[in-house]
Design a protein around this ligand. Structure first.
Ligand code: GDP
Ligand code: MG
Length: 352
């Protein structure tokens, strides 16, 4: 799973990248790639319970894509290629004020940035759609099928004509299949990260209502955070960080909220494996079967799957140990088709 940070230049993308990945970035580098840990308080608690030798959080790969400036030519292609390569986007827009960081005309206009970059993506999809439709029509004149594909592309055209992203078009599984390979950019999930002043982490930033409306109309989550505040928090000792966050009225760091929003919005969930050796979160898609989940650990466990022993994280926390769960009949056996829930604690039985 790979997410791309996109946006216009000088909005905080690289700052967010560094926060997510804890990596230092070479000044002037155009593209950065790293791994972000997905914070999870459940893993923290399991670690306390088991005191394992190793603790492994869920991760997401992050790409810091070079900014798309207004009126830039030639860089558009590079930008679009980079977006084509990711599974989802975090679109960073600037709502912070700063004398040090110039904006084009001295105005802070996150909505304008959002429109500019999203319009570029819509345009790229429009071009792709036109090419595909032309080719398909020729093919159909020769009597070579493609009826379902044509139906989907026609729906896509209607959406683009209304400047709506293709992810707003609902498709059946087989329709989805018919157009999967094309890599339409506005079909990829997106989250908007509004980089705000420290006074606005709880709201009240420029164009807030417009941004929220835009998000509601497209079912795009809008997350507000201050990259600058996050940098300051990350440089403090835990105790001071907690105090500082309380002063700002932050229950959780913005980076944690962002990582979680990405995870949820992509339809990802975690199950856990526990023990003295390792406490670990495993990432799967919502709706995965026990057998598919086993395959995340090792293909041998998927192939030789016998049973999954399962309990909910909340039950484990309530009763204090797997032994206590067993005694109460809460450590249950499930078959290969069991649909794994977010927060399941699992142990697999398998044959090799
Ligand atoms: N005041 C303020 N400055 C920020 C904030 N986020 C980033 N910056 C500054 O804005 C400039 C551009 O940030 P950068 O992360 O490199 O933006 P990018 O071009 O989108 O990658 C840098 O000087 C940052 O220190 C913020 O939340 N508040
Ligand atoms: Mg940058």
């Amino acid at each position: 799973m790979k997410i791309g940070l996109i946006g216009t230049p000088q909005v905080g993308k690289t700052t967010v990248f560094q926060l997510l990945t804890s990596l230092a970035v070479q000044p002037g580098s155009r593209e950065n790639i790293g791994i972000a840990r997905v914070p999870d308080v459940r893993i923290d608690s399991l670690q306390e319970m088991y005191q394992p030798r190793k603790t492994t959080y869920a991760t997401i790969e992050v790409v810091d894509i070079a900014g798309l400036g207004s009126g830039q030519t030639g860089k558009g292609r590079e930008f679009l290629d980079a977006v084509r390569d990711v599974d989802a986007m975090v679109h960073v827009v600037r709502a912070f004020h700063s004398e040090q960081v110039a904006t084009e005309d001295g105005m802070v206009r996150p909505m304008r940035e959002l429109d500019h970059v999203q319009a570029e993506l819509l345009l790229a999809d429009w071009e792709l759609l036109e090419t595909r439709l032309e080719r398909l029509q020729k093919q159909r004149m020769k009597g070579a099928g493609g009826a379902e594909e044509l139906a989907v592309l026609t729906k896509f055209r209607e959406a683009l004509e209304q400047e709506m992203p293709l992810r707003s078009v609902e498709l059946s599984d087989s329709e989805e299949q018919a157009v999967r390979g094309y890599g339409f950019l506005t079909r990829k999930p997106v989250i908007v990260l509004v980089n705000v002043d420290d006074a606005h982490v709880g709201g009240g930033y420029p164009q807030e209502e417009e941004l929220k409306l835009w998000g509601r109309q497209r079912t795009v989550p809008i997350v507000a955070a201050s990259a600058q505040v996050e940098v300051e928090i990350s440089q403090l000792e835990a105790e001071d960080a907690a105090m500082f966050m309380e002063e700002l009225g932050l229950a959780e760091s913005g980076i944690a909220r962002l990582a979680q929003a990405v995870y949820e919005h992509l339809g990802l969930i975690s199950y856990f494996t526990v023990g003295e050796d390792e406490v670990r979160a495993w990432t799967i898609r919502t709706g995965s079967s026990a057998r598919q989940a086993a395959g995340k650990i090792h293909s041998d466990i998927e192939r030789g799957f016998i049973r999954a022993e399962v309990s909910a994280y909340s039950a484990l926390m309530e009763h204090g140990s797997l032994q206590a769960l067993k005694e109460r009949g809460l450590w249950r056996l499930e078959g290969k088709d069991y649909t794994v829930s977010d927060g399941d604690v699992i142990s697999f039985r398998f044959n090799v």
